[in-house]
Design a protein around this ligand. Structure first.
Ligand SMILES: *[C@@H]1O[C@H](CO)[C@@H](O)[C@H](O)[C@H]1NC(C)=O
Ligand SMILES: *[C@@H]1O[C@H](CO)[C@@H](O)[C@H](O)[C@H]1NC(C)=O
Ligand SMILES: *[C@@H]1O[C@H](CO)[C@@H](O)[C@H](O)[C@H]1NC(C)=O
Length: 320
């Protein structure tokens, strides 16, 4: 994908946002094609699964998160696949880790400490801005971002005010995300659209564009706490917004599906979608993340099967 750079004012961009319409039938058809299509050939699947591992934001977002379960998560993230399995695939010295760990703001310091103790440079991502609903005062949401950054998070997953998107207040949405962008400083910002609550595909597309204009490094589908999670049709809408934005501005923005992604097979479909819609460049943690907690366990299980020809007993793979 070769992106061009045209400079346009924010007003010019917002005019573009107002005009766009998404063709629902075309999106649904494309999503079916991708879901029903071929994923990587058998012999490449193990390599693709490892690729998927390197794109995972290994996540825990539970009310009962503690320093010790966050520590276990961090250890798993730094060694996501059993060493002997990697060795059989001759991949043990490739430094395979997940892309990041993702936690609540109050657990950032724990994660940073655990990773530091393990000499790992793995990034810590934090959800913020009143995750998942975003229903706290703006001042509090901004402070939360700053706090997570001060504690050492280098990636911030923000949630948007859904009402602004639902009621078409694009300029106000832009202004709000800009403030989060500033609060993030050098930290990467991933903007969660909570697509399950945005109504139409056209709204998802517009919210994607506005989020990118306001400086998001990634756009992300869901919090994992809505009743609708990452779906392929919505992903098509978002990655096409990424493509159109790139063609128009030259900026390459990443994509993060999250919520309900559990199986190795699904991770292969996601990689296929990225490859076909945006090209190979979007097959790396730099531009693609999978937000997940239990996905890694299934991927490790499939890799175990690839290497040994049988599925592992429960105790043979440590917790993910
Ligand atoms: C981390 O690095 C330091 C200095 O290089 C070393 O002494 C220490 O053993 C390492 N710790 C781990 C857990 O690898
Ligand atoms: C979200 O935007 C709506 C519409 O402008 C506003 O009424 C509401 O207070 C905002 N929510 C928060 C938490 O600021
Ligand atoms: C969405 O994802 C969350 C987190 O993985 C899961 O608990 C929930 O059941 C999922 N919801 C649906 C409707 O799939």
């Amino acid at each position: 994908l070769t992106c061009h750079c045209y400079s346009t004012s924010i007003t010019g961009y917002l005019e573009w946002v107002l005009k766009v319409r998404v063709n629902t039938q075309a999106v649904l058809k494309r999503a079916q094609q991708i879901q029903g299509g071929k994923v990587a050939k058998k012999q490449w699947q193990a390599a693709w699964l490892l690729k998927a591992v390197t794109c995972i934001d290994l996540t825990t977002l539970a009310g009962d998160d503690t320093p010790s379960n966050v520590h276990r998560l961090c250890m798993k993230a730094t060694q996501p696949i059993r060493h002997d399995l990697l060795k059989s695939m001759d991949m043990h010295d490739k430094g395979i880790t997940t892309a990041a760990v993702c936690v609540y703001p109050s657990r950032v310091a724990d994660a940073v400490k655990s990773l530091k103790a393990a000499n790992s440079s793995l990034p810590v991502a934090s959800v913020a801005t009143g995750f998942p609903a975003g229903q706290t005062p703006l001042k509090t949401r901004l402070e939360e971002v700053q706090m997570a950054v001060e504690d050492g998070a280098t990636e911030i997953d923000i949630v948007i005010n859904r009402t602004l998107a639902l009621t078409g207040q694009w300029r106000a949405l832009y202004d709000e995300i800009r403030q989060f962008r500033e609060a993030c400083g050098d930290a990467h910002m991933k903007t969660i659209l909570a697509v399950g609550e945005l109504g139409t595909f056209t709204n998802v597309y517009k919210a994607s564009l506005v989020s990118m204009m306001a400086g998001s490094d990634f756009i992300k589908t869901s919090t994992g706490k809505e009743s609708v999670n990452a779906t392929y049709p919505v992903a098509i809408v978002m990655v096409r917004a990424i493509r159109d934005y790139c063609l128009r501005t030259g900026y390459k923005v990443g994509f993060k599906p999250a919520g309900g992604i559990r199986t190795a097979q699904e991770s292969l479909v996601w990689l296929t979608l990225m490859k076909e819609e945006l090209g190979d460049e979007w097959l790396s943690p730099h531009l693609f993340r999978l937000g997940a907690s239990s996905l890694l366990a299934d991927i490790e299980r499939q890799i175990y099967h690839y290497v040994t020809g049988r599925y592992p007993a429960y105790h043979e793979l440590p917790m993910a």
